[in-house]
Ligand binder design. Structure first.
Ligand code: FE2
Length: 303
């Protein structure tokens, strides 16, 4: 487990994904960076109620926080990829939900916790409340040789990044060495997964075109409430599970309706997954070494 070229990614309550960070092994060898892992959590929809969909709607976020805190080794950081809260038309209630969400998440032992908005957080007021409570939804940071980019494809009307953000992305990429591994976080898929269900980003192809010039790009997103893996050229895209309810596979049902809660299989689709990608660090995600620990979620008593 101490191999220099080892990187571990965890998925929780929803995570989902399964690939190594492309290019990390080469960079790590060059820079002697330590291996590390981070956790992606997504679509907690704090404030959602629907007993038939999730009778423990007020409990799964706390269970995910507890599950992360119980890890024997803590992640370097946690990233929430949007729909932190469930949407409401009431601006005060929106802020109250965000504040409650923040209070729960503040119980994470790891203090490096980052966020991007989902459309449930940001669409009703173009991201105003989100920015008040969580700050700028578009940003970049570097960690142990990897360049991380957070994009906002939910705050503007329509499922778009918008020209200003695309310009920002182009400028950000210009400052990087060509071989730097890049990880992108977005709420909606950047590629056209299933437009009919809003599982797309209208101008996502422009972001992908900018990123396609780089050899090592991995995208993690949420929104679709299920694990999903897709390649656009050499770019790997991985969707996370939700913390609140699963959605059916793209186009598999007449409507994009939550998968009902099954009392005989509670929390199904909301579990915790650990993904060990040692064997696939420099390869595609097609054959990842996945170690499921889904049975460890939830960590508390079941309703
Ligand atoms: Fe969403």
């Amino acid at each position: 487990m101490e191999r220099m070229d080892f990187i571990k990614l965890l998925g929780f309550g929803g995570l989902a994904f399964a690939s190594g960070i492309k290019g990390f092994a080469e960079t790590a060898a060059e820079t002697s960076e330590r291996d590390f892992f981070f956790v992606q959590l997504s679509d907690s929809h704090w404030g959602f109620t629907g007993p038939k969909v999730n009778p423990d709607a007020g409990g799964t976020l706390e269970k995910a926080v507890a599950a992360v805190n119980n890890l024997s080794r803590q992640p370097d950081f946690v990233m929430f990829t949007g729909d932190l809260t469930h949407d409401t038309e009431d601006p005060r209630e929106r802020r109250a939900r965000m504040a409650q969400f923040k209070a729960i998440v503040s119980r994470l032992k790891v203090k490096d916790v980052r966020f991007i908005p989902g459309e449930h957080d940001a669409a009703a007021d173009r991201g105003e409340a989100y920015r008040e409570l969580f700050g700028d939804p578009t940003y970049a940071f570097d960690h142990k040789g990897i360049h991380f980019i957070a994009l906002d494809n939910v705050s503007q009307p329509g499922s778009v990044l918008g020209p200003a953000q695309l310009d920002w992305l182009a400028a950000d990429l210009r400052g990087l060495r060509p071989e730097t591994p890049i990880v992108v976080f977005a709420h909606r898929p950047l590629f056209d997964l299933y437009e009919k269900w809003d599982w797309t980003t209208e101008d996502g192809d422009k972001a992908i075109a900018l990123l396609a010039a780089r050899p090592h790009v991995t995208v993690f997103y949420g929104h679709i409430h299920q694990e999903h893996h897709h390649m656009t050229g050499a770019i790997a895209h991985h969707a996370a599970r939700s913390l609140i309810f699963p959605l059916p596979p793209p186009g598999s049902a007449p409507k994009r309706a939550p998968v009902p809660w099954n009392p005989s299989e509670p929390y199904k689709g909301l579990g915790l997954r650990e993904v060990d990608v040692r064997s696939t660090l420099t390869s595609r995600f097609a054959n990842p070494e996945v170690r499921e620990i889904i049975q460890e979620f939830p960590v508390g008593p079941r309703p």
